[in-house]
Design a protein around this ligand. Structure first.
Ligand code: 4FV
Length: 222
């Protein structure tokens, strides 16, 4: 909202039905070859895309679909660099294949589950990409130090009160000793990543210190 007011981003919701011919403005039809449900017709979608391309911005046309590549932080970073994202949100069983083949640059899935429509998936992409545009977030730093941007899961964080129903905050965080705090945070981020998303550690170039800390975690956790 604030980013829109400050002109950093502009969001327009386009109704595909506004590009459907005839008084009934039909946007869906039966699939050739039979089968369950209805399919979105190509022409109204194509006209809607072309209506936004006419604005002359360097645009990327994206279809939100379970068949797309899995959305992740790196893709959000890439998309945040485009002048215009045209996010096509399907309904029913999906869209005519000729739209994908000839009018879509990239297919993205937000996860292996089926939604009623692509709109919610588009909102996820808008949120994740727009917050990486300089000036959109209050403090830039937080986007830089995001989860995943370092290739690790976040370390545990605490705030007041120091003692919550008898549960203390790790002493090191109250020590004011920045090196010790940094080391503890690195260790906990490596531990959490190793426990929950070990595949991230394979993708990440581990420095000498990371490897030493990880060996220690594996030893102590064994
Ligand atoms: C979806 C997803 C998704 C499939 C049929 C819309 C629905 C309906 N989009 N990631 N998962 N889309 O389930 O992006 O047309």
């Amino acid at each position: 909202m604030r980013a829109q007011e400050r002109g950093l981003i502009e969001i327009a919701a386009i109704n595909i039905r506004d590009f459907a011919p005839g008084k009934h403005r039909v946007v869906d039809d039966l699939p050739f070859g039979g089968g369950e449900g209805m399919l979105m017709k190509a022409e109204p979608i194509i006209r809607a895309i072309e209506s936004r391309k006419q604005l002359g911005k360097i645009s990327r046309v994206i279809l939100l679909t379970p068949q797309g590549k899995r959305f992740q932080q790196e893709i959000a970073r890439e998309l945040s660099g485009w002048e215009q994202l045209i996010l096509v949100c399907g309904r029913y069983e999906g869209v005519d294949e000729r739209v994908r083949e000839h009018f879509i640059d990239e297919e993205i899935s937000i996860g292996d589950y089926v939604l009623n429509g692509g709109e919610v998936a588009a909102l996820v992409v808008v949120e994740a990409a727009s917050r990486l545009i300089p000036g959109v977030l209050g403090n830039e730093a937080s986007a830089q130090n995001d989860s995943f941007s370092q290739g690790l899961l976040d370390y545990p964080q605490y705030t007041r009160p120091r003692e919550l129903r008898g549960i203390p905050v790790p002493e090191v965080l109250l020590s004011g000793h920045h090196q010790h705090i940094e080391l503890w945070r690195k260790k906990e981020a490596l531990r959490r990543t190793w426990e929950r998303r070990p595949e991230f550690l394979k993708q990440r170039e581990l420095g000498e210190e990371d490897r030493r800390i990880l060996e220690e975690i594996k030893r102590t956790d064994r």
